[in-house]
Design a protein around this ligand. Structure first.
Ligand code: ADP
Ligand code: MG
Length: 693
């Protein structure tokens, strides 16, 4: 089967299902094979009915003494099996399945597996699956995939489609589309399983060990392909001479004089590195790494002003619309403060047609323009008059291709990358190739460490009173919820209902804004700007505020259902406060009244240091714990996690070097499949924020 064929080639996938698959980013057979489960379930041990709780998935043993009763009058044709057990009222119920009556044979034993629910004092096992005790024992040895779903696209549909795609591809002939891309020698050296086996077992593992093996293999591939592609790209963009002609003195000392604060030592060093690069013999290729709130923006802005002063264009690319707009506002203010007169242009996907035309025109004509945007910056229609510096903020949010895309726009632009991902230097060198690195390992001296509290909902009233006091003192507050709207599948606070509640609670005390990803861009901007200007004091939001947003007057971050987020994400969210001189607070609200201390939250409670948090988190995870919340999503790898799979990354890096040393063009027959894969990756027109292998 052709991996590039549309999913509709699979049996049973019609137009409608195809659209649903498209909605989750699955278009081709390859996509579906790479649509990895987000979790797995294994069948639980059989439970004593007396221990059943409503709302759980459970298996119970039944001996059929009387077959189920079918209510033929009801439209639902429900079959009901009474499983009276001591003094518990327990029933199994099947809708639309009258034939169940003849499936369950009198005198036989079965295991029923399903979800429990309580109605009018009776406990029901709803639509349970029926197995013989032996079948069930065998099932218990397996692990079942759980996929990311969307409304209308159920787990079984995805499972069936994957199963079919797998069996069609694996049963191919010699030229199997799933032929291994790695030479046998490499597989042996790193004890990796075959590619087809890995795909098979990441979806339908025969057991947990096979699943771990499969993941190891796929993670290795992901890293290796990423690194090979990066090195091959580098080949073409070796060190390039810096052809910019700089006339005047640097504006660095002016900037330092006019800044309202003293730069930290680390900021000053990074600033000097960057300014030296700008006038150096080669174009700059530099990474600035610094924890949230360490003050990276001022370095990027200063470099941009220098470039503009010299008559060239500088662009900064942010991963979200909200952040791009904020940067544009702040950059304009920064220009004014520094006495620089240059047009600041915003270019994002959410601009109106007329605004976009004006922006494009300025970019085409104004040679000293300062340009701010999202990945809209490297669309084909954007023509730069004289792009000489490209800054990527929050680099770990982008894939490699996006990085290349914008770099191609300038003649030979300087390139500056900023990231808050706390990766050790050795890893940064691998992941960023030969970028030079400046580390900002100091926070502004005046800053008070954030005070943290991990609490449960019984504390909510106290938290609100506390928030009220902070607002009375003139400060602002973020409240983050995991969901946008009420959900049947997931428990957790949602922004829509929560903001209503907060509006009532804080009536006459605070204006409340609401922000989530489903709002129109203009609405989002209006809400964000109102908060920036201090017109709203409380912002109830999803994690859209996670990256980069800077409102120094905000002093409280309260995170509802904190247990639902990854550590790195919580650290980033917390980074929205503690950015000014005032004491700031972060309240981690655990969803359920927790008896056991959540270890991840207690790490955050103890430490405000991104590096330490990443280290501690690693210690917490055992090798089997790879389906938990992903640490970072950094670099948008699909399965791999740069922290957790650090050792694998190192191995892949060594392997990539060896391969390229022996065969720089990947021309050898044993590298044919690898090369093909890399070429495919490169050609794949880039869309979205994800880096697919
Ligand atoms: P990040 O590194 O997370 O991007 P920002 O650059 O947004 O951090 O800086 C966070 C806040 O700290 C901003 O409000 C900025 O104006 C302020 N800031 C930056 N450097 C200093 C400094 N040396 N002293 C005091 N405040 C600073
Ligand atoms: Mg930032």
């Amino acid at each position: 089967m052709n991996l590039d064929a549309p999913v509709s080639e699979l049996k049973g996938i019609g137009k409608k299902t195809e659209e649903l698959f498209n909605a989750v980013g699955v278009y081709t057979i390859r996509d579906i094979l790479l649509y990895f489960p987000r979790d797995y379930i294994s069948y639980p041990d059989v439970k004593d009915p007396a221990d059943l709780m409503p709302g759980e998935h459970a298996a119970i043993f039944v001996h059929i003494s009387r077959p189920p009763v079918v209510n033929t009058k009801s439209r639902l044709k429900t079959a009901i099996l009474d499983i009276g057990y001591q003094n518990i009222q327990l029933r199994a119920i099947w809708f639309h399945q009258p034939y169940i009556r003849s499936v369950l044979k009198k005198g036989q034993d079965y295991i029923l597996y399903g979800r429990t629910a309580e109605k009018n004092g009776v406990l029901y096992l709803e639509q349970p699956l029926i197995h013989s005790p032996e079948q069930y024992r065998n099932l218990q040895k397996t692990v079942q995939p759980v996929y990311q779903l969307t409304k209308g696209l159920g787990n079984n549909i995805v499972k069936k489609a994957v199963d079919q795609a797998l069996s069609e591809c694996v049963s191919d002939d010699e030229m199997s589309s799933l032929r291994d891309r790695l030479p046998e020698e490499i597989l042996q050296k790193h004890s990796l399983c075959g590619y087809a086996y890995a795909l098979q077992n990441i979806h339908f593992p025969i057991d947990i060990e096979a699943c771990i093996e499969a993941r190891r293999r796929l993670v290795f591939d992901e890293f290796l392909l990423f690194l090979l592609q990066m090195h091959l790209m580098k080949e073409q963009e070796e060190k390039t001479a810096n052809n910019l002609v700089f006339q005047e003195d640097s504006i660095l000392s002016d900037i330092i004089d006019r800044l309202p604060y003293e730069l930290t030592g680390a900021q000053r060093r990074a600033m000097e590195d960057v300014f030296a690069d700008l006038r150096g013999p080669y174009t700059m290729q530099r990474l600035i790494q610094g924890d949230v709130g360490s003050g990276k923006t001022v370095i990027a802005f200063s470099a941009m002003l220098e470039i503009s002063k010299q008559g060239y264009q500088a662009a900064i690319m942010a991963p979200t619309d909200v952040l791009a707009r904020q940067h544009a506002t702040k950059l304009a203010a920064f220009c004014e403060q520094m006495g620089v007169d240059a047009p600041v242009v915003l270019l994002t996907g959410s601009l109106k047609a007329a605004e976009k035309r004006t922006a494009l025109e300025t970019i085409r004509n104004e040679k000293n323009a300062l340009i701010v945007g999202t990945h809209a910056l490297f669309q084909e229609c954007v023509e730069y008059a004289s792009l000489a510096l490209v800054v990527t903020d929050e680099q770990h949010r982008f894939g490699v291709k996006q990085r290349a895309g914008l770099a191609e726009k300038g003649e030979l632009p300087h390139y500056l990358v900023m990231s808050a991902t706390p990766i050790p230097r050795t890893l940064a060198i691998i992941l960023y190739g030969d970028l030079d690195i400046s580390v900002i390992d100091e926070v502004p001296a005046m800053r008070l460490p954030i005070k943290n509290a991990v609490v449960d909902p019984t504390w909510r009233d106290k938290a609100y009173s506390f928030i009220e006091k902070q607002i009375a003192a003139g400060h602002q507050v973020y409240i983050v919820c995991p969901l946008v709207e009420p959900s049947e599948e997931m428990d957790g606070e949602n922004v829509l209902e929560y903001s209503k509640k907060i509006r009532e609670r804080f009536q006459g005390v605070a204006n409340v804004g609401m922000l989530h990803g489903r709002m129109k861009p203009e609405e989002k901007n209006a809400v964000m700007e109102a908060f920036l200007r201090g017109e709203t004091q409380i912002l109830v939001s999803t994690t859209v505020i996670e990256v980069g947003v800077d409102v120094p007057n905000a002093t409280v971050m309260m995170i509802e259902n904190a247990e639902r987020f990854g550590l790195a994400q919580l650290h980033q969210l917390r980074g929205r406060v503690g950015r000014g001189d005032a004491q700031s607070y972060c309240i981690f609200m655990q969803g359920k009244k927790a008896n056991t201390e959540n270890e991840r939250l207690s790490i955050l409670n103890r430490s405000n240091d991104g590096f330490e948090i990443a280290r501690e988190d690693l210690k917490l995870r055992g090798p089997g714990d790879f389906f938990g919340i992903r640490q970072s999503g950094a670099f948008s790898f699909q399965l791999a996690d740069v922290f957790q799979d650090m050792a694998m990354l190192q191995k892949a890096s060594e392997e990539a070097k060896e391969i390229l040393a022996a065969d720089p063009e990947l021309a050898a027959p044993e590298h044919y499949m690898l090369k093909k894969e890399i070429r495919r990756m490169a050609e794949n027109s880039y869309s979205g924020e994800r880096f697919h292998i």
